[in-house]
Write a protein that binds this ligand. Structure first.
Ligand code: C2E
Ligand code: CA
Ligand code: CA
Ligand code: CA
Length: 274
């Protein structure tokens, strides 16, 4: 009877328990990951739609866990945001991305900034120092922020965004359309680029809502004089559609998956030959 009781109890528990255990283990392992050199960056090409010219790359973080293998950023970044490690990890990402990009031809490097980094001290000084150390002109750096960065304490965040832009750095609004009040942020801060979330691009074929949303964001961008990037373009149909809508750039598997630094040169050659 005892064993049976335990079985019934476990019917509800194991999944949640396993999730909590895994999160806890990742939290623990993350603490040593930077020093153990377990992170690397991959780079995904961004392409202009009118000329199909390569404009730059987005840097995306990868964690190679010693026993689990690659852990998705969707899994470990929320943990790093919670325990604060995203601040030193994000600094490593920015410094590494800037120094890689300094050796490429004249193209932009886009780097994601976590909302937690905005609440940390010295973000602007850190960006200044990363650019100087890499010898990268500020105009070649683009910082991607999501609207969750702007939600709390928006006055202070907007001030930091202005300071970053004052350095000559470009600022993009990432994952546009998925949040609650995206439109109001376009009034509060002059973004250089809006990135249309790939959940809309990926459902263009089956969702009239997505079609309408992508069209609307693209025309909003053109009215405001802001560049619009369609994310997650995988097929020629999606490419033709977002071009017809007036999006200015695309990023997605159609033109290239994220690749390691060593393959960036080859990606540049291949895409420039298209
Ligand atoms: P994101 O900034 O929206 O990055 C785009 C994500 O879409 C990347 O996933 C990329 O690999 C994926 N993607 C690009 N094109 C396609 C496509 O055609 N099809 C599909 N199915 N996916 C595509 P990834 O690398 O797994 O990153 C997930 C998220 O993790 C990022 O979303 C970003 O929010 C976060 N992230 C990644 N690196 C960093 C980082 O260095 N710092 C911070 N704070 N967040 C990061
Ligand atoms: Ca991004
Ligand atoms: Ca995005
Ligand atoms: Ca996203």
């Amino acid at each position: 009877a005892k064993a049976k009781g335990r079985g019934a109890y476990q019917l509800f528990e194991p999944e949640m328990e396993e999730q909590a255990r895994s999160r806890h283990a990742l939290d623990h392992d993350l603490r040593g990951a930077l020093e153990a050199n377990e992170f690397h960056l991959v780079f995904q090409p961004q392409v202009r739609l009118d000329t199909t010219e390569l404009t730059g790359f987005e840097a995306l973080l990868r964690w190679k866990h010693p026993t689990r293998g690659l852990v998705s950023p969707a899994e470990f970044i929320p943990i790093a945001e919670e325990n604060g490690l995203i601040v030193p990890i994000g600094e490593w990402v920015l410094r590494t991305a800037c120094s890689s990009a300094a050796s490429w031809p004249d193209m932009t490097i886009a780097v994601n900034l976590s909302p937690v980094q905005f609440r940390s001290r010295g973000l602007v000084a850190m960006v200044t120092s990363a650019l100087a150390e890499a010898g990268l002109p500020p105009q070649r750096l683009e910082l991607e922020v999501t609207e969750t960065a702007l939600l709390d304490d928006s006055e202070a965040t907007i001030e930091i965004l202005h300071q970053l832009r004052g350095l000559g750095v470009r600022v993009s609004l990432d994952d546009f359309g998925v949040g609650y009040s995206s439109l109001s942020y376009l009034r509060k801060f002059p973004f250089d680029r809006i990135k249309i979330d790939r959940s809309f691009v990926g459902t263009l074929g089956e969702s009239p809502e997505s079609v309408a949303i992508v069209r609307t964001i693209a025309s909003l961008g053109s009215v405001l004089g802001v560049e619009t990037t369609a994310e997650g373009v995988e097929t020629i149909e999606q490419l033709d559609f977002v071009r017809e809508c007036g999006c200015t750039t695309v990023q997605g598997y159609y033109f290239g998956r994220p690749c390691p630094a060593a393959e960036v040169g080859r990606t540049i050659e291949t895409l420039n030959a298209v």
